[in-house]
Design a binder for this molecule. Structure first.
Ligand code: FAD
Length: 324
């Protein structure tokens, strides 16, 4: 029986997030012949995001546009999604495993009486049966799960599923769905962004991260320089955040952000289990630490034993020769 798969395309400040294309990529991995992939875009200013999505296909893009959707608010966004669920009647709904996706997915699963599989890092299509891989115990083990009946809700971890590619000659229709304007239990007055770089940490392909070994806020400067040169983002251990060297928005780990970049450069980070929980799935891990016994070297693909204040500027200098 054919399925309707609804992809929640996340936007930020009216722009499509990379994770939206990865979520669409996940839908393509799940979909079989005759299945319909549809997309939902909700927000207060979504024209640009919808135009950006059109080349990627999908039978229908449902749009819900309203001033109440300017900032993320679970009451408002659930009202928008439920309006679309009523029209699309999907068998599966997919979200990015982002702060917003993690908040919405269980609400949607409860509303649809659906099963949920979260934080998916890989999907196999076994003759029509979707098999979802997700990490357990901070990435020390993986489990493979399938749904035995529907409907389903799935969240996919950013930077793991290949992004959907544009498809030629698609005929995507756009359907505006009226926002039912619910009564909101809370409203957001203002949002104060606390990030240093231009690139979102959880979506960055390269992360240069600093720990207590960085020793001061000033000590983060060489890391920021390297990250900027490589087009990456700066992250941190909780040790560095607790010491006041950087903002908690940069914290990676069990109680911080989970990142899976192509390259993770850990500078002056010992490699506590709580830190590994947020970065051990990175494709290539490079550790710089002056202690050859530091546990970070056990998970590192490449290790440099030495002083980060010598090594990081050297790396920047050498990369500059080839990149600029
Ligand atoms: P340290 O462990 O102090 O390591 C500093 C490292 O820098 C050392 O290995 C040292 O050799 C090296 N170093 C010093 N100077 C230099 C230099 N000049 N050049 C090169 N290397 C140098 N931690 C997180 O990171 N994220 C979390 O989300 C998190 N959640 C937690 C949740 C709970 C419930 C608990 C109990 C702890 C949590 N922690 C978390 C804290 C975690 O246990 C560690 O304390 C923390 O990760 C240590 O940070 P660090 O590696 O920067 O500091």
């Amino acid at each position: 029986m054919s399925k309707t798969i609804l992809v929640y395309a996340e936007t930020r400040d009216g722009k499509l997030r990379q994770v939206a294309l990865e979520t669409l990529g996940a839908a393509r991995l799940i979909a079989g012949d005759g299945d319909s992939i549809r997309i939902l875009v909700a927000g207060s200013n979504i024209t640009e995001a919808v135009s950006a999505l059109k080349p990627y296909g999908g039978e229908i893009i449902y749009t819900v546009e309203h001033d109440d959707l300017e900032h993320y608010n679970p009451d408002a966004y659930m009202a928008a999604i439920e309006a679309v669920l009523g029209v699309a009647k999907p068998d599966a709904v997919l979200f990015g495993h982002t702060a917003i996706g993690r908040d919405l997915a269980p609400l949607v699963a409860a509303s649809m009486d659906a099963g949920q599989i979260s934080d998916v890092t890989a999907i196999e299509n076994n003759s029509g049966e979707a098999v979802f891989t997700r990490p357990l115990y901070a990435g020390k083990a993986f489990e493979k799960r399938v749904f035995v009946n529907g409907p389903w809700v799935v969240t996919v971890r950013p930077n793991n599923i290949p992004a959907a590619e544009a498809v030629e000659g698609v005929d995507t229709s756009i359907e505006d769905v009226a926002f039912p304007a619910p009564s909101l239990r809370s409203v957001i007055k203002d949002v104060v962004r606390k990030t240093t770089g231009k690139i979102d940490l959880s979506e960055a392909k390269i992360v240069v991260s600093g720990g207590r070994g960085v020793k001061s806020a000033e000590g983060f400067k060489p890391l920021e320089e390297l990250a900027e040169l490589l087009g990456g983002a700066v992250g941190a251990s909780r040790g560095a955040c607790d010491a006041g060297y950087c903002d908690y928005a940069l914290q990676i780990g069990q109680t911080g952000k989970v990142v899976t970049p192509e390259i993770y450069i850990a500078c002056g980070i010992s490699g506590a289990i709580q830190h590994l929980a947020g970065m051990s799935q990175s494709r290539v891990i490079i550790a710089i630490n002056k202690d050859p016994e530091a546990p970070i070297f056990k998970v590192a693909d490449y290790g440099i034993v030495g002083d980060l204040f010598d090594i990081v500027p050297l790396l920047t200098q050498e990369f500059r020769k080839v990149l600029v």
